[in-house]
Design a binder for this molecule. Structure first.
Ligand SMILES: Cc1cc2nc3c(=O)[nH]c(=O)nc-3n(C[C@H](O)[C@H](O)[C@H](O)COP(=O)(O)OP(=O)(O)OC[C@H]3O[C@@H](n4cnc5c(N)ncnc54)[C@H](O)[C@@H]3O)c2cc1C
Length: 360
């Protein structure tokens, strides 16, 4: 075993959280030295991450805004009996942009860099030995003031808590102009027999669109043929000429999500304390996941989302997504929920052991 140089922070995992943390540290603690380790050959994977702009705290905007690749003033949701435009600014960060900006921060790709203050290691697995030490590639120990664990959620196939959200997304270049200029974050087909599923549409340019099939289900598997047929139907409906596939992404997220764990240094303590403060809200989100998967039959899950968009005004929607909702918001979300298909005994049992699929 060899010992390498010390760093102020070792960030383990170069995905969304790890890279955002590297940027946040560069802004707020420019003097700190940071080691960012990613076990894959490249940082950031292959994703398009979208969010409500109101999710981002005002004090993070200066370093966060340059990472945003696309912005729209609002978005739509479409159900069989509800179509609504939500007037909340929506935005996207792509893996490519985040990777490029992070490498540039480290001094690569001709970027200004931080004179060795950010060191990026890819293609190297990292073991967390203690809150202040990591082992690189099984051989080199690195000590630091704090290890920031950004290894992400459990991977597909691992226990999913309440269930899974699976995606298959295809990005196309179309021969003619794409008819929509704003995203449709849920386009919910009338047939919901397979559990809650919808198409997600992000117009990334006049002739570029990401169409992503999403399904909430007990099983981590994605229905490839269903994805293909829903995407093909939307391409035909949009009538934008021939569509050339330029990129694909896929994923499977266990729900509810986990947050990064942190260590006892000031920055780490701030992260841990923010997570603790947020515990109640995350608890409520997990509770909603249980409602979705354990109390409502798969074919009725869409009604929960439709009701959400039918009754909530914009300010409540943005507080909900930003995890800043109040007790009144939570009450408003719960009153009259869920609409039908109840299985209360199964829901109660879900707190003891997670059930299999509901009987139909
Ligand atoms: C196709 C797709 C689309 C998505 N869209 C959205 C979206 O629109 N909005 C949203 O909020 N979320 C979205 N998500 C969820 C999104 O992936 C997560 O919110 C986000 O990636 C979580 O970031 P993370 O850094 O925690 O995990 P990840 O991005 O998974 O990063 C964890 C990283 O740690 C690395 N790692 C793990 N173990 C080690 C180790 N021992 N040593 C070194 N490296 C390690 C992994 O290789 C990985 O790169 C999407 C996910 C997918 C798959």
């Amino acid at each position: 075993m060899t010992s390498a140089a010390e760093f102020d922070y070792s960030v383990v995992g170069g995905g969304l959280q790890g890279c955002l943390l590297a940027h946040a540290l560069a802004w707020h603690r420019p003097e700190a030295t940071v080691l960012l380790v990613e076990r894959a050959d490249e940082l950031c994977g292959n994703h398009t991450w979208s969010f409500h702009e109101t999710d981002v705290a005002e004090q993070a905007r200066s370093w966060f805004d340059p990472l945003v690749t696309h912005r729209w003033p609002g978005y739509r949701v479409r159900f069989s009996t509800l179509s609504r435009r939500v007037n909340i600014s929506y935005a996207t960060i792509t893996s490519d942009r985040l990777r490029e900006a992070t490498l540039s921060l480290a001094g690569g790709a001709g970027g200004p860099g931080r004179a060795g203050r950010l060191v990026v290691r890819t293609g190297e697995s990292c073991e967390i030995l203690s809150p202040t030490a990591v082992r690189l590639g099984g051989t080199t120990d690195v000590s630091c003031r704090a290890v920031l664990d950004c290894r992400g959620r459990a991977e597909a196939g691992s226990p999913g808590g309440a269930g899974y959200q699976t995606f298959i997304g295809h990005e196309y270049e179309t021969a003619q102009r794409w008819p929509a200029s704003e995203p449709t974050v849920m386009d919910v087909p009338a047939d919901q027999a397979a559990g809650f599923e919808f198409l997600y549409e992000l117009p990334l340019g006049p002739d570029r669109v990401l169409l992503e099939y999403t399904r909430f289900h007990e099983e981590p598997a994605c229905d490839e043929s269903r994805a293909v047929s829903l995407i093909a139907a939307r391409l035909a409906e949009a009538d934008a000429g021939s569509a050339k596939l330029i990129r694909s992404e896929r994923g499977c997220l266990p729900m509810p999500e986990l947050v990064a764990r942190a260590c006892p240094d000031r920055v780490a303590a701030e992260i841990a304390s923010a997570a603790a403060e947020d515990r109640l809200r995350r608890g409520f989100t997990r509770f909603l996941n249980r409602l979705l998967f354990c109390l409502v039959r798969p074919e009725d899950r869409w009604k929960i989302f439709q009701r959400f968009y039918r009754v909530l005004p914009e300010e409540r929607i943005s507080r909900f997504y930003a995890h800043r909702f109040t007790f009144t918001d939570a009450a408003r979300i719960m009153i009259g929920w869920p609409p039908m298909g109840l299985a209360p005994i199964r829901f109660a049992r879900s707190f003891v052991s997670l059930p299999g699929p509901l009987p139909t």
